[in-house]
Design a protein around this ligand. Structure first.
Ligand code: B16
Ligand code: MG
Length: 219
């Protein structure tokens, strides 16, 4: 039986992707770069810096890749994003997630957050879920963002486990690749065409529960 579950945040616990999109779109527009929802798909799960690099690459403004200007752009996006997420409440928890967290707690399975977001702790507080998480991996402490395994390895470590003893739940391809590289067992939320045909996938978080995770683990 698995001993821990490592959760992605955006797209698994709550849907902050729309706010990330609106904040990036506003920043890109200031730079004369147009991004749409389709382009935004690529940004899901990527770190703030990697997301900005992709946007600048699209706008052929790679001269802004380094230095103070780059830091200032990231900060500007984050300030706007932080304003937007102030309105998050427990009603924004995705369906089935609270019930799953309670089931895991009752079964003594450890729970950790493996999000690329530096705003993870604030968002968990706003959702009223902070107490469910025994560990939160700090994305600032890892050398490489998803799809590298680092954040999943750190999340497992935070709860005293090896990644091989854990399941990881993700909604983005970069995140699934990170789970696979860490040695944890992946569970996808979404569609096989986006996440890969070789892993277990639920269409929505509603379908996640302890019995399903046990089934995946026993395969
Ligand atoms: P922040 P996840 C990711 O969260 C988002 O999917 C991604 O769009 C965002 O750029 C990243 O967090 C960093 O977020 O700017 O708040 O540090 O899916 O890994 O939970
Ligand atoms: Mg995600």
């Amino acid at each position: 039986m698995f001993k821990g579950v490592l959760f992605d945040l955006d797209g698994v616990i709550t849907d902050t992707a729309e706010y990330h999109y609106l904040a990036w779109r506003a920043l890109a527009a200031e730079l004369g770069i147009e991004i749409d929802r389709q382009f935004n798909q690529q940004l899901k799960g990527l770190s703030r810096a990697d997301s900005l690099r992709l946007i600048l690459q699209k706008g052929q403004q790679t001269e802004l890749y380094q230095g103070e200007a780059f830091q200032e752009l990231m900060q500007r996006k984050n300030e706007n994003y932080l304003k937007m997420i102030q309105k998050i409440t427990p009603a924004d928890i995705l369906p089935g997630i609270k019930e799953l967290l309670f089931e895991l707690q009752a079964a003594n399975i450890k729970i950790a957050l493996a999000s690329a977001s530096q705003n993870g702790p604030v968002i968990l507080e706003k959702l009223g879920l902070a107490d469910c998480f025994l560990g939160i991996a700090d994305p600032k402490q890892v050398a490489a963002g998803k799809p590298a395994p680092d954040i999943y390895l750190l999340a497992a470590k935070e709860i005293g486990l090896n990644a091989q003893e854990c399941l990881g739940i993700e909604d983005a391809l970069a995140g699934i690749q990170a789970i696979q590289a860490s040695g944890a067992v992946p569970v996808g939320v979404g569609q096989a065409q986006d996440l890969g045909a070789d892993i277990d996938i639920v269409e929505t978080t509603k379908d996640l529960n302890l019995a399903y995770l046990q089934e995946v683990w026993q395969k």
